[in-house]
Design a protein around this ligand. Structure first.
Ligand code: DQQ
Length: 576
């Protein structure tokens, strides 16, 4: 009896999800044909980001083909040149020497051929040794959204900015779905890796019924690709895997690895999928068995919806690349808006990219760690410090002297005892639900304590980013929240209580650190040195520009000490 009931529940859940299940994450690019080509008369500057990448105007979504080539970083992105909602997608293109200051160029790819007439969708870049970069991307061939995979190469490799890209006639499309596959869910090729057996390999996202998968293809010459017998990996009930990303990470230290490094005992692999059904991403850490072309995740985290996430906030369609100039792997993602489509059209822009993050494997090998690229520090200007400041229950202290609407803040909190931590109920499996139940104003034992970002003077508006510590039978459980519910007096906004659990051992060290990058309409936070991260998009109505404030606060009965805090006003990044 139990099995059929269970199957029915799964079926209903799956059906609900097919209809509308975004897990609270506003990362859709829904289709609004009537708004797609409405060009704003003027672009509103209010709440545009100062140092998070966004183009001069209009809509962006996924980062595409990030790479480092001949001293230049390239960022391509899904871009609507005609309006501020998803549609008319081309590959926008920007270049940089430091990942922070960007020069926007003409789009690199437009729909121009029968095989991409209905869309030039996401993809990746691979730098072929001695031959230069090649873009692999998805072309949409018809109105039913059937998809094929294509390649493009620079028209002139000696142009330092690689402005123009061509889609060679020969061999395009390089991959088409076979008859057993659903070609309308077959997209987003990864960067390819090279193996000593003389083959390139790449992955393409897809699904069969509700099983998500990453198909594997091999090629000797990068143009004739053959499908492997099995996907490299798949997982039941996860739906379409968009934008898969697959790469090696070192078990020793923070250095990144080139994607073609395989097979050594000192590396693990990461497979990340962006779930179309729920619009959030999860990743696993595991082993890539090269001879069988199979990836098997470790059993240390869930291989499914409840798995590890790069970010528990507004962070989707992410993509990483190896930066050989600094031996690091860098991760980007799209952060969508939280205001209405009509507002996006009015303001003339929508969507930003996260700050590029360096990513590496945590000691212990069970999760990744991320941190903003070091180049971001070049935008720091005025600095203020606080140290050894005690925060009693209910106290909040202002961090004065910086531009709180455009700032970088790093703080370490300490507490002398965990005795007052509230008991943890094992039914609290969903951090976001727990955060909405136990928000920043709900008094606790140890915590909530943290930052009140983008706050109005009298706290009519604020986005709290905070921790709360619970006591479970054998350990302490740490909740990290970035709660947008009080972020704005405006009602018709998406204001989720984003949250994740933080996996650190507090018994050894009764300290927790938090870094928040505050940038007008985004608060991008890194908990416990980048182990749990949350990006929130917020639209205050009072806490804007000079009227934004920053506070540290404690609402728990246990005293908390701000061991040290450093905050910087941030300069705006140069764009063009
Ligand atoms: N966005 C692209 C697709 C991808 C999706 C279309 C993910 O290629 O699957 O703009 O956000």
């Amino acid at each position: 009896m139990a099995l059929p009931i269970c199957l029915t529940v799964i079926a209903i859940f799956t059906l609900c999800c097919v209809i509308n299940c975004n897990n609270g994450v506003e990362a859709f690019h829904d289709i609004y044909p009537d708004l797609q080509s409405i060009s704003a008369r003027s672009v509103s500057k209010l709440q545009r980001t100062g140092y998070h990448f966004q183009p001069r105007k209009n809509w962006i979504n996924d980062p595409n083909g990030p790479m480092y080539y001949n001293g230049i970083y390239h960022l391509f992105y899904q871009y609507n040149p005609k309006g501020a909602v998803w549609g008319n997608i081309v590959w926008g293109h920007a270049v940089s020497k430091d990942l922070i200051n960007w020069k926007e160029l003409e789009p690199a790819l437009y729909p121009s051929k029968p095989f991409d007439k209905y869309g030039v969708w996401s993809g990746s870049a691979t730098v072929l040794p001695g031959k230069g970069p090649v873009i692999l991307y998805t072309g949409v061939i018809d109105k039913q959204s059937n998809e094929v995979q294509l390649y493009a190469i620079p028209e002139n490799k000696s142009d330092p900015f690689l402005r123009k890209w061509v889609k060679p006639k020969a061999f395009n499309p390089i991959v088409v779905a076979d008859h057993s596959m659903n070609a309308s869910v077959f997209r987003d090729p990864t960067t390819a890796w090279w193996s000593k057996d003389g083959h390139w390999r790449m992955l393409i996202g897809g699904r069969r019924k509700d099983r998500g998968m990453a198909y594997l293809y091999r090629s000797k010459d990068f143009v004739k690709w053959i499908q492997a017998k099995h996907p490299i990996h798949s997982a039941a009930s996860t739906g379409m895997w968009e934008c898969p990303d697959f790469y090696p990470v070192s078990l020793k230290g923070k250095n990144g690895l080139d994607i073609s490094v395989v097979g050594s005992s000192s590396i693990k692999h990461v497979l990340k999928n962006s779930l179309d059904l729920t619009r959030y991403e999860y990743y696993t850490i595991g082993t890539y068995f090269k001879n069988k072309d199979k990836y098997i995740p470790d059993n240390t985290s869930e291989d499914g919806w409840g798995g590890l996430r790069y970010d528990y906030g507004n962070f989707y369609a992410s993509k990483s690349f190896f930066d050989p100039s600094k031996n690091r792997r860098i991760l980007w993602a799209w952060a969508n808006e939280s205001d209405s489509k009509e507002d996006d059209v009015k303001k003339g822009w929508a969507g930003i990219q996260s700050i590029p993050r360096t990513v590496w494997l945590d000691y212990g090998g069970k999760q990744l760690v991320q941190w903003p690229v070091e180049e971001l520090n070049s935008l720091r200007k005025k600095e203020v410090k606080i140290s050894h400041q005690k925060l009693k229950k209910g106290q909040h202290v202002e961090v004065k002297g910086i531009t709180a609407a455009q700032a970088d803040v790093e703080v370490t909190f300490s507490f002398s005892s965990l005795d007052r931590a509230e008991p943890f109920d094992s039914r609290w499996v969903n951090a976001q639900d727990l955060c909405s139940q136990k928000g920043s104003k709900v008094q606790g034992g140890v915590g909530p304590f943290g930052l009140l970002t983008l706050a109005s003077e009298k706290l009519e508006e604020f986005t709290p980013v905070f921790f709360r510590i619970f006591k479970a039978p054998n350990k302490h459980v740490i909740l990290m929240c970035s709660d947008a519910r009080s972020s704005s007096l405006k009602r018709e906004l998406y204001k989720p209580s984003f949250a994740g659990f933080v996996n650190v051992d507090l018994a050894k060290n009764k300290k927790l650190s938090l870094k928040s990058l505050i940038d007008h309409s985004v608060v991008e936070s890194f908990g416990a040195g980048g182990r749990t991260n949350i990006l929130s998009r917020v639209y205050p109505t009072l806490a804007i520009k000079k009227k934004a404030h920053l506070f540290v606060f404690n609402n728990g009965t246990e005293h908390i000490t701000v061991e040290y805090l450093k905050a910087w006003s941030m300069k705006s990044a140069r764009r063009n």
